[in-house]
Design a protein around this ligand. Structure first.
Ligand SMILES: Nc1ncnc2c1ncn2[C@@H]1O[C@H](COP(=O)(O)OP(=O)(O)OP(=O)(O)O)[C@@H](O)[C@H]1O
Ligand SMILES: [Mg+2]
Length: 358
């Protein structure tokens, strides 16, 4: 897909901006605090239905303003034009796609595929398991048509079981929700295992390309309960403990994955730059896998690409994204030498004010 225009209003430090993006690489430069990440964040909000930097009440709406708005105009893989917009007035979202209201942010998110690397993405390696589950689930949301429904069923059953655990209940109702957890949970787990196996393949290729000195051996998956048990048995045997704690301690909501390196046995062994490159490889491998299924790359956003990367590694990352033919939005405080000889659509931002550079 190709984004032709992004318009952002009253979003963080951006009062009003309209960017006509180029089809290939777009570079946004500006000083610290100018609004580069805010532009990426606005795009992420459209494509994911949430920000990577907190909730609306944490300050997405520009101080002193009543509502934020983000609009986008894009062409899909068959070159059909679309428009979408989201608004938040401090109370609720309003979402429109191609002139019609849609009920959920997920509906919009399913239309705009975008992968994003931003400074917080190192959490994929060093952060909580929730970051890694979200990552896999985003991939499944876009490549596995039944995933969202299955995930909703699981989430509902989990809420019900947790509520029952905290109240007086009969064993029969607990069992019926456990049955639902087991059916949807086994499906989710099978989808995650199959997704990760394909993604691992793409990851090995991406890391071999721009991080050859740190070969990835494999990706290991932790399902969220003891490997020797079925989910049904794990739920049953954890009942007493779960009752004491008041929540469900086993299941796909506790799943995780980790990368094992061939010459390294702990994540702590990575330098900051290597952590960044590995997380970048995770994101680009996910984009590659999306493209393998849909025949078209998602939009790739790389916020603050150059920081912590030496020029050789910057060059390799740029080579990979250029070869992909994806539409890319890169931000940086300074010009990026690896981009100098290339045709790039350039923008400069100062205090939330964006200018296209000729
Ligand atoms: N709700 C808000 N209203 C007004 N300004 C805000 C709001 N939220 C954040 N800001 C300001 O927006 C500015 C831009 O932040 P942003 O993270 O986009 O900058 P950046 O260009 O990515 O900087 P860096 O190079 O340091 O990463 C910051 O100065 C921040 O204080
Ligand atoms: Mg930034």
């Amino acid at each position: 897909m190709r984004l032709d225009r992004l318009a952002v209003s009253r979003f963080r430090c951006v009062a009003d901006a309209s960017l006509a993006l180029g089809p290939g690489i777009n570079l946004i430069t500006g000083d610290n605090g100018a609004g580069k990440t805010s532009a990426i964040e606005a795009l992420y909000l459209l494509s994911h239905g949430r920000s990577f930097r907190g909730r609306v009440r944490d300050g997405l709406i520009q101080h002193g303003e009543a509502a934020l708005r983000v609009l986008a105009q894009w062409r899909d893989a068959s070159a059909t034009e679309h428009r979408a917009g989201i608004e938040h007035d401090g109370k609720q979202w309003q979402v429109r796609v191609d002139g019609a209201s849609v009920k959920t942010l997920a509906e919009l998110a399913s239309r705009i595929a975008l992968v994003c690397f931003e400074p917080g993405s190192h959490a994929l390696l060093s952060g909580a398991a929730e970051n890694r589950r979200r990552f896999v689930d985003w991939g499944l949301f876009h490549v596995e048509p039944g995933f969202l429904e299955c995930w909703r069923r699981y989430a509902r059953a989990l809420r019900q079981r947790n509520a029952l655990l905290k109240s007086a209940h009969d064993g029969v109702s607990l069992e019926s929700w456990e049955h639902e957890l087991q059916i949807s949970g086994d499906l989710i787990t099978a989808m995650r295992i199959s997704y990760l196996a394909q993604w691992e393949h793409a990851l090995l290729i991406a890391t071999a390309q721009f991080l050859p000195e740190l070969p990835v051996a494999k990706v290991s998956f932790v399902r969220g309960w003891r490997a020797e048990d079925t989910l049904a048995a794990a739920l049953k045997s954890s009942r007493d403990r779960d009752q004491a704690m008041g929540f469900t301690s086993v299941g796909p909501h506790r799943a995780d994955w980790r990368i094992n390196f061939a010459r390294l046995n702990a994540k702590d062994g990575l330098s900051r730059g290597q952590t960044k490159l590995t997380a970048l490889a995770c994101v680009l491998a996910q984009a590659q896998q999306f493209a393998a299924v849909h025949g078209d790359w998602p939009i790739v956003c790389l916020d603050d690409l150059a920081s912590e990367l030496d020029q050789r590694h910057q060059q390799r990352v740029i080579e990979l994204v250029i070869a992909s033919k994806a539409q890319v939005v890169i931000t940086a405080t300074e010009a990026i030498p690896a981009l100098a000889p290339l045709h790039v659509s350039r923008f400069h931002v100062e205090q939330g004010d964006f200018t296209a550079l000729l």
